[in-house]
Design a protein around this ligand. Structure first.
Ligand code: FE2
Length: 303
């Protein structure tokens, strides 16, 4: 076992801030953030930014056409997508895709298979979106985008410490503990902390920063809007994990009841108490193909 580096926080913060270790976001990302920070934002400002990047525009359209936006008509244009999903969500999604592209382009394999992480992230985004619709909750930011990005800190940690990160994964498996516990044990830092530093460095919106930092403890978020959207991510994360370990009949509703995300959502939606989560989780089986298709589009699969 490697020794935890002394002053791990200072060490990793330094690494994150070094220009060579973490790639910069493409220009389109800063343009998107610039136009959306303008209160008088108009459609005519945001569309040209996204249209400049056809693969990005295609991903946005694909999302807008997904069944969970409850549409029966095909979304043919970005302008139509914008009407359906709204300006902020459109911007969040575009930003999310752009962050993931930057990271996956820069990622070397170093012996770890990232497909699972991208698949998990796409699943959390998708399930977060489904949860939002089932519970009838309004959020400012896109649960899909937040789900896509919640674990970016893992990619960053792996990038900074490729060899030790394999040890993290093995340590978590061998001891039956969560990844962030193993990260703290092996590296002295976790993916939420490092991911939030990168979000700061890239000046991502606070809603995205909060989801990255607090997706395991949304009750620590001050802003009520961001607390709700991260609560969706927390529960979606748990649901995705429950599904992937095929819990079958042993599903314990109490597992979800005890989560802070559940309590946060309970305050804004009465539907959560009535929701049949067992059935909801089963229904995710019908979504697997859509999720896999999204992973492919994300470019997480190295061909
Ligand atoms: Fe996480």
């Amino acid at each position: 076992m490697n020794m935890v580096p002394m002053h791990a926080h200072e060490y990793y913060l330094d690494q994150v801030n070094s220009l060579t270790r973490i790639p910069s976001l493409p220009l389109i990302a800063s343009e998107l953030m610039q136009v959306t920070s303008d209160d008088n934002l108009s459609v005519n400002q945001i569309l040209p930014v996204i249209e400049k990047d056809p693969p990005l525009a295609m991903k946005v359209l694909r999302i807008a056409n997904s069944a969970y936006y409850g549409l029966h008509r095909k979304v043919e244009s970005l302008r139509h997508a914008l009407v359906i999903i709204g300006m902020q969500e459109l911007s969040d999604l575009s930003l999310g895709f752009s962050v993931i592209k930057t990271l996956s382009d820069a990622e070397d394999n170093f012996g770890l298979e990232w497909d699972n992480l991208w698949e998990h992230s796409a699943a959390v985004g998708h399930i977060g979106q489904m949860l939002q619709e089932n519970l009838g909750i309004q959020t400012n930011s896109s649960p899909y985008a937040l789900g896509l990005l919640h674990d970016v800190g893992k990619i960053i940690l792996h990038r900074l410490e490729p060899v030790k990160y394999i040890e993290v994964v093995q340590y978590a498996l061998a001891n039956g503990i969560s990844t962030h516990e193993a990260e703290n044990h092996v590296l002295g830092i976790d993916h939420m902390t490092v991911g939030a530093w990168v979000a700061d460095k890239w000046q991502l919106p606070v809603s995205i920063h909060d989801a990255i930092k607090y997706h395991h403890e949304p009750n620590h978020i001050q802003d009520p809007e961001n607390r709700i959207s991260t609560a969706l991510v927390q529960l979606a994360n748990i649901v995705a994990n429950l599904r992937s370990i095929s819990f079958g009949k042993n599903f314990q509703r109490s597992i979800l009841n005890e989560e802070s995300g559940w309590q946060i959502l309970q305050q804004v939606s009465l539907k959560i108490a009535e929701m049949d989560f067992e059935r909801f989780i089963m229904s995710i089986d019908d979504e697997v193909e859509t999720i896999k298709e999204m992973v492919h589009l994300l470019g997480g699969h190295k061909q």
